[in-house]
Write a protein that binds this ligand. Structure first.
Ligand SMILES: [Zn+2]
Length: 97
């Protein structure tokens, strides 16, 4: 909580009001959920999930998943994207069917 308290201390009144509104609307909850879900799936926008290479500005982005649970995977090269699609997405499909 110390980390959050420090961040809050540094915020302007205007931002605090916005955050409180988001908090009451449940947006913060959703944001945290989203981050945790991303952590769970191992998907990051900084590293390629296939080769662990760093993602540069010229990355390949794949968006997939259901309408309410969109996921984005970033790849450093097209062959990594291809590998991901042909292996991990296929595994996922097999698990749910
Ligand atoms: Zn890669």
């Amino acid at each position: 909580m110390n980390k959050l308290a420090k961040i809050i201390e540094q915020l302007e009144e205007e931002d605090l009001l916005k955050i409180r509104r988001d908090l009451l609307a449940g947006n913060i909850d959703r944001l945290i959920e989203k981050r945790l879900r991303e952590a769970k799936t191992g998907l990051s926008d900084k590293f390629c999930p296939v080769c662990n290479g760093p993602i540069t500005n010229e990355s390949f982005i794949l968006e997939f998943g259901s309408k309410h649970l969109r996921r984005k995977a970033h790849f450093d090269a097209s062959d990594c994207l291809e590998y991901f699609v042909s292996t991990r997405l296929r595994e996922r499909k097999n698990q749910t069917s």
